[in-house]
Design a protein around this ligand. Structure first.
Ligand code: ARG
Length: 284
């Protein structure tokens, strides 16, 4: 397990440090599948030792190969999904809009996320009690706008709070397939304005929204098979992309566009309905 990272001084200057990207992760000490709140979570037991190795490989790829700095949110016994820091908050500049989870199983994560962002110099915003919002799992920035998912987890009414708190316009995208229950498993804005997406996770109107916003030469559609291997759940740091193994066609497409592709085995996280990008949150 990597050392819990930086000292508090480094943490305080995190928002000011523009020299490298900063990513939040949370070690998988208590990761397992203890309940089923998405259709992937019925595939059987997690190999927890293997899960730890897979998480360390991702950590290593992000810090050593992609050159980002990783900060760690301490794991909490009894909160197996805290490892999916993508959901903790939606972060834009110094603002962190803290998740308010739909399912009671994940709601106890909220105070730990809020505490971490408060202690690390962010202005935190919480959702009203009756609005569910699952952080960057359901809201991703492409250029100057946010693509935000709703219905399976996040409430559409939370989207106006994103705009109110950040000034960013939001495109509200209905998620129509229960397997693609967060928008970060069906789209991924990439370096150089590329846009990875699984068209069938959206209805005709959603597809039109994508087509109206993203120039055709920037769109990178993935197949059903690639989407099921969580190809859209990609960690992107500059021109490096890191995703779950097995999507060779896609790897070739991305390499042709100048990306350095790293494919990792993240099998144990797929059993929870997560993959590379879910395990990370860009915080600066
Ligand atoms: N088991 C977790 C859940 O269902 C997985 C979360 C994956 N996170 C994500 N950003 N897609 O909530």
């Amino acid at each position: 397990m990597p050392n819990p990272l930086p000292d508090s001084c480094v943490m305080k200057s995190l928002l000011q440090d523009k020299s490298k990207p900063h990513i939040l992760m949370s070690p998988p000490d208590y990761f397992t599948v203890a309940y089923a709140i998405n259709p992937w979570m019925t595939q059987g037991a997690v190999d927890v030792d293997l899960a730890k190795k897979q998480w360390e490989n991702l950590y290593h790829a992000i810090t050593q190969k992609a050159g980002a700095q990783v900060h760690l949110m301490p794991p909490v016994d009894g909160l197996p999904d805290l490892v999916f820091t993508a959901n903790a908050a939606f972060v834009y500049k110094d603002t962190a809009i803290i998740a308010h989870y739909k399912y009671p199983e994940r709601q106890p994560e909220e105070p730990f996320c809020e505490k971490w962002f408060n202690e690390n110099g962010y202005r935190t915003v919480t959702m009203p009690e009756d609005l569910f919002f699952e952080g960057a799992g359901d809201a991703l920035i492409w250029k100057d706008r946010v693509f935000a998912g709703y219905k399976t987890r996040t409430d559409i009414l939370s989207h106006h709070i994103i705009t109110k708190e950040t000034g960013l316009p939001v495109l509200s995208m209905e998620l129509i397939d229960s397997r693609f229950y967060h928008i970060d498993v069906c789209i991924c804005p990439l370096y150089n304005d590329y846009f990875l997406y699984y068209p069938e996770a959206f209805d005709e109107y959603g597809k039109r929204v994508i087509e109206a916003n993203i120039p055709v030469e920037k769109r990178i559609p993935v197949t059903a098979e690639e989407a099921s291997r969580f190809a859209c759940n990609t960690v992107n740091i500059n021109n490096t992309v890191i995703f779950n193994q097995g999507s060779h066609r896609l790897a070739g497409v991305l390499e042709e566009k100048g990306f350095q592709v790293i494919q990792l085995d993240l099998s144990e996280y797929l059993k929870s309905g997560g993959s590379a990008k879910c395990l990370t949150l860009r915080i600066a």
